[in-house]
Design a protein around this ligand. Structure first.
Ligand SMILES: Nc1ncnc2c1ncn2[C@@H]1O[C@H](COP(=O)(O)OP(=O)(O)OP(=O)(O)O)[C@@H](O)[C@H]1O
Ligand SMILES: [Mg+2]
Length: 360
């Protein structure tokens, strides 16, 4: 997709900001605290229905403002124009898509494909499993039509089973939920395992560029139970007593995880913080290129504060790779990155100042 217009109102320090990004590389510069990450956050909101910096209640809406608004226009891969608006009124989201209310944020997010690399992205490697499940599920959501129904089915059954577990039920009362959970969970797991298999080559290719010294990268999936030994149905049955004692379901796809291993590095502990970031970046760009190979168009690539995250060599590699891909890129920084100053790479410049954006 190509984002052609973005309007942001009352999001953090952005009072009323407007931007007309161009195809290719867009660079947003501004002082610390000027609102650069907030612009990226606004785009991320359209694509994910959530911020990468905590909940809405953590200050997403500008202090004193009744609500925030994000409005966007973009061209899809066939060149057709679309528009969407998102509003948070303090208690809930309201979304509009192409002039009509969207039934839920999901419909909007399905249209807006964005990947974001930002200072918190190293959580994808070093943080909790929920970050990695979210990553996996984002890709599946966009490319696998059966994913969302199975995910919803699984989540509903899990919720019901957990409610029931707390009410000291007769064991047979759990049977129907176990069956539903097992069926949806096995399907969900197959989709995730297959998707991660497909991703491996794409992530490996990026990792080879950024971290060649670590050898070949491979992705290992952990389904959330001992899937090689038993079915999810058996795992739920075996875990019943434990689940009844704890009051929640202890195994299943909601506990799934995956990891990146490098052939030249047997233990993940040995990654430096910088290498964790580069690994996260390889995963994010690898997923974006897998998306492009499947759908025919790159997602919008947001790179927040790249210069403070990566050294010069890696910054140059990233820009060279995304430049070659024809993806639309939004890069932020406190100044124009050194590697762009030679004038060899074309880009469109914007300044973020006092909660506003100026082309320039
Ligand atoms: N709810 C809020 N209402 C008003 N201002 C806010 C709110 N939440 C955060 N801010 C302000 O918004 C600014 C945050 O902007 P942002 O993080 O986007 O800056 P940035 O340009 O990315 O800075 P940096 O270069 O340090 O990463 C800060 O000045 C912060 O104080
Ligand atoms: Mg920032």
């Amino acid at each position: 997709m190509i984002l052609t217009r973005l309007q942001i109102r009352q999001l953090r320090c952005l009072v009323e900001a407007e931007l007309e990004p161009q195809p290719g590389l867009n660079v947003l510069v501004g002082a610390n605290g000027a609102g650069k990450s907030s612009v990226v956050e606004a785009i991320h909101l359209l694509g994910y229905g959530r911020s990468f910096r905590g909940r809405v209640s953590d200050g997403l809406v500008r202090t004193g403002a009744p609500h925030l608004e994000v409005y966007a226009e973009w061209l899809d891969r066939s060149g057709a124009g679309h528009r969407a608006g998102l509003r948070h009124t303090g208690s809930r989201w309201e979304a509009r898509l192409d002039g009509a209310p969207a039934p839920s944020l999901t419909e909007l997010c399905a249209q807006v494909a964005v990947v974001t690399f930002e200072p918190g992205s190293h959580d994808l490697i070093a943080g909790g499993a929920e970050h990695r499940r979210r990553y996996l599920d984002w890709g599946l959501f966009h490319v696998e039509p059966d994913f969302l129904p199975q995910w919803r089915r699984y989540s509903r059954a899990l919720k019901q089973r957990n409610v029931l577990l707390k009410s000291v039920p007769s064991p047979s009362a759990l049977d129907p939920w176990d069956r539903e959970l097992a069926e949806a969970g096995e399907r969900l797991t197959r989709l995730r395992a297959d998707y991660l298999d497909q991703l491996e080559a794409f992530v490996g290719e990026q990792a080879q560029a950024f971290l060649s010294e670590l050898g070949r990268a491979s992705l290992e999936f952990r389904p959330g139970w001992k899937r090689d030994d038993i079915s999810l149905a058996d795992s739920l049955l075996l875990g019943r007593e434990r689940d009844l004692a704890l009051g929640y379901t202890g195994s299943g796809p909601h506990r799934a995880d995956w990891r990146v291993d490098f052939s030249g590095l047997p233990g993940r502990e040995a990654l430096s913080r910088g290498q964790e970031k580069l690994t996260a970046l390889a995963c994010i760009l690898g997923q974006a290129s897998a998306f492009a190979s499947r759908t025919g168009a790159w997602p919008l690539v947001c790179l927040d504060d790249l210069a403070s995250e990566l050294d010069l060599r890696h910054q140059a590699q990233v820009l060279e790779r995304v430049g070659r891909s024809n993806a639309q890129v939004l890069l932020t920084g406190t100044q124009i990155p050194e590697i762009l100053r030679s004038g060899d790479t074309a880009f469109t410049l914007f300044h973020v100042e006092q909660g506003r954006i100026r082309a320039g």
